[in-house]
Design a protein around this ligand. Structure first.
Ligand code: NAD
Length: 421
């Protein structure tokens, strides 16, 4: 059960307040940026395979539209709630501003455990949810993307549904689509690849060899699984990973390729039942506290808290997930000299290539993967350098430095446009 203490929206507001104080933002603009601009709650029926009807609840929240149309993923999870979606939408605003792409922040979610639905039920739920929130969506208005438990197939159904309503294909209304129907090469891998670039850039700044790094990753889905693969290819040693079914550890390094292949053929993309000589099972809580160089939380919010931050034995935390570290944990990690590369920087690779996908869709002109990856790398490395340099200059955490840069940009954009009417 979530307490007020780990309510993600309260956490997002605390993080914002800290930056706003340091920036000396005036009260009016603070009030504007502290809350989402629009929130839509939908309760909608879905026909089950057995002929009964079930009503589901979903949300779409747009935090800020000052720098362009809203952008943000759609999550399917039993623990989705309005405050989680608000927090995720606000974080999207800062993330887009930090990597300087012309979007505001949004997020959506449905309270559902998709593992309990058949594929047909999941498709009907997706199409009806897309219809319900469709009044907010559009290539110039709000462009969703995948998040936890949604994937390119989900995005294809949403694109098709909205296109059916228009009577023609509307490609740029959603990103993270399969390449066959207007997706971008490199989009599926972009978030995980970005996370691995952050590890590389941190190692460069810390003058550490990539081959010497022992890495632990929580979550083995789109972000964690691809980050693991990419880091493995870079020569790092991934010693432990986990998913919703628990953790897997081998001191000498795991066979990431074999684990990826195993999860790919599992009906729910899990490592459940995976066996390999020398691999030990570990609990999820235990996994976070094992000694390593780089810890990558890539599952859900509130994983590193005041309760366990004192026991974290990593040199750096690279936040693949959104909101994995609470403010009290941040303070403790800071005091202990553990660097945190914050979510709004570390997992910005996904939205960056979503931006490329949107641009390609609008122009109906598609780039090759080398081009996509080179442009992604440039944006992320520049953003890392800006955040890292500011954090050193001001002697502040990388999270606070990232917030100073991004909140300033959003505040300035809002102020220069002026308050309507
Ligand atoms: P996903 O559904 O593909 O994967 C989630 C993974 O986390 C799965 O392996 C799941 O089994 C695991 N998991 C769930 N509960 C867990 C637990 N208690 N302990 C350990 N593992 C657990 O989702 P994803 O797209 O990889 O998203 C993961 C995180 O990254 C989320 O915070 C999301 O908001 C963030 N993110 C995703 C993207 C993207 O492009 N997909 C972009 C930016 C940020």
């Amino acid at each position: 059960m979530m307490s007020a203490h780990d309510n993600p929206f309260h956490i997002a507001q605390q993080q914002f307040d800290k930056a706003a104080d340091l920036l000396g933002l005036q009260e009016g603009i603070r009030e504007v940026l502290r809350v989402p601009q629009r929130e839509l709650t939908v309760n909608f029926p879905v026909k089950r395979d057995d002929g009964t009807t079930k009503v589901f609840t979903g949300y779409r929240v747009q935090h800020n539209l000052g720098r362009g149309p809203a952008k943000g993923g759609i999550r399917y999870h039993p623990q989705v709630d309005i405050d989680e979606v608000r927090a995720l939408a606000m974080w999207m605003t800062w993330k887009c501003a930090l990597v300087n792409i012309p979007f505001g922040g949004a997020k959506g979610g449905v309270i559902v455990d998709p593992a309990l639905l058949s594929i047909g039920e999941l498709e009907r739920l997706t199409r009806r949810f897309a219809t319900e929130i469709g009044l907010l969506l559009g290539p110039d208005r709000d462009i969703p993307a995948p998040d936890v438990n949604t994937n390119p197939q989900t995005m294809a159904w949403i694109m098709d549904t909205l296109s059916m309503h228009q009577g023609h294909t509307v490609n740029a209304v959603i990103t993270g689509k399969p390449v066959l129907v207007g997706g971008s090469l490199g989009r599926n891998e972009a978030t995980g690849r970005g996370v691995s670039l952050m590890v590389r850039e941190w190692a460069r700044a810390a003058r550490t060899d990539l081959d010497d790094l022992a890495i632990i990753i929580q979550g083995f889905g789109n972000v964690g699984g691809i980050a693991a693969e990419s880091l493995d290819q870079m020569g790092c040693k991934v010693i432990a990973v986990s998913d919703a079914t628990g953790g897997y550890f081998r001191r000498g390094g795991l066979d990431i390729q074999a684990m990826r292949a195993y999860a790919a053929q599992h009906p729910r993309r899990l490592l459940e039942g995976y066996q390999e000589p020398g691999v030990e099972r570990v609990g999820n809580a235990e996994l976070l506290e094992m000694p390593c160089d780089v810890l990558i939380p890539a599952a859900l919010e509130n994983q590193i808290t005041g309760q366990n931050a004192g026991r974290i034995r990593a040199k750096v935390i690279i936040e693949g997930a959104n909101g994995p570290t609470t403010p009290d944990a941040d303070a403790e990690l800071d005091a202990r000299g553990i660097t945190v590369v914050p979510d709004i920087l570390a997992n910005a690779g996904g939205v960056t290539v979503s931006y490329f996908e949107w641009v390609q869709g609008l122009q109906s002109f598609f780039w090759d993967e080398i081009d996509v990856n080179a442009k992604l790398e440039k944006i992320l490395v520049d953003a890392f350098n800006q955040v890292y340099t500011l954090s050193k200059e001001r002697e502040i955490s990388m999270r606070l430095a990232a917030y100073l840069l991004s909140v300033r940009r959003v505040a300035d954009a809002t102020l220069i446009r002026g308050i309507y009417p």
